[in-house]
Design a protein around this ligand. Sequence first.
Ligand code: BEZ
Ligand code: FE
Length: 286
Amino acid sequence: MDRQSQTPAYDISPANVTEKVIASFVMKTPRQQQLLNSLVGHLHSFARENQLTHAEWAEAIGFLFRCGEISSDKRDEFMLLSDVLGLSSLVDMTDAPQGATEGSVLGPFYASDSPQVPLGGDLRPTADGTGQLVLGRVVDVDGAPVPGAAIDMWQTAENGLYATQDDAVPDNAFRCKMRCADDGTFSFTTVLPGPYMVPDDGPVGELLRAGGRTAWRPAHFHFLVMAPGHRSVTTEIFVAGDRYLGSDAVFGVRKSLIVAAEQKDGRPVIDLTFRLARNDVPLAAE
Ligand code: BEZ
Ligand code: FE
């Protein structure tokens, strides 16, 4: 007999296999046990409700195998799968503090070694022309400035390429780390980013094509906004009017994250406010 069932552990049937698999796991914490039980239950329900055939099951396993095969330290096909299935966005939205700026996907182009740029810096490789001014401030959920705030920002150029993808520009262009002023403000000059496609030359691309879906993402700036004592937010700012706002391949667009470039004193300006929630969970003592 196994721990929960009235039948011997080897006596497996369609009617009892789910409970036997669940009973076979003894996880270290109640939360792990809850997640594992739920995962097994939902997976088995999926197979039962759809009367999954052996061929369909094998195709799905093959798909996951190919996601693993194409993944490397530079490419995470499982993350991309989570993104195009809307799972990344769902968790961004459900595990979010009240009143804070909404989160959005991190994406694969984040590089932690962006240059530290002073307030007001220019992120373009050559400072020709007017440039897009981005002004912003970091406040708490009540609107008060947050001392010690900092941002990490990365974006494509107008051609839809991140600097690391474009041999024509230095790797450090169009990205920065910046410490905000004491009143939480920051500013930099850049260009408006362009739309681009998520990597679609792997199994996830096949899935998108099979489903008649587009790989395009609307133009966006990525921001990681942080401050001592506050929960960091990883988010994106989208440019109003982009043709792909309603069909983002990774479901990252939120209404509150769409901004328009406005003309102020003869130059285009984007004005941003990021709201951070206090991090009330005390850090474990080391
Ligand atoms: C990006 O915005 O960089 C991105 C996000 C998710 C998947 C692929 C790319
Ligand atoms: Fe991106």
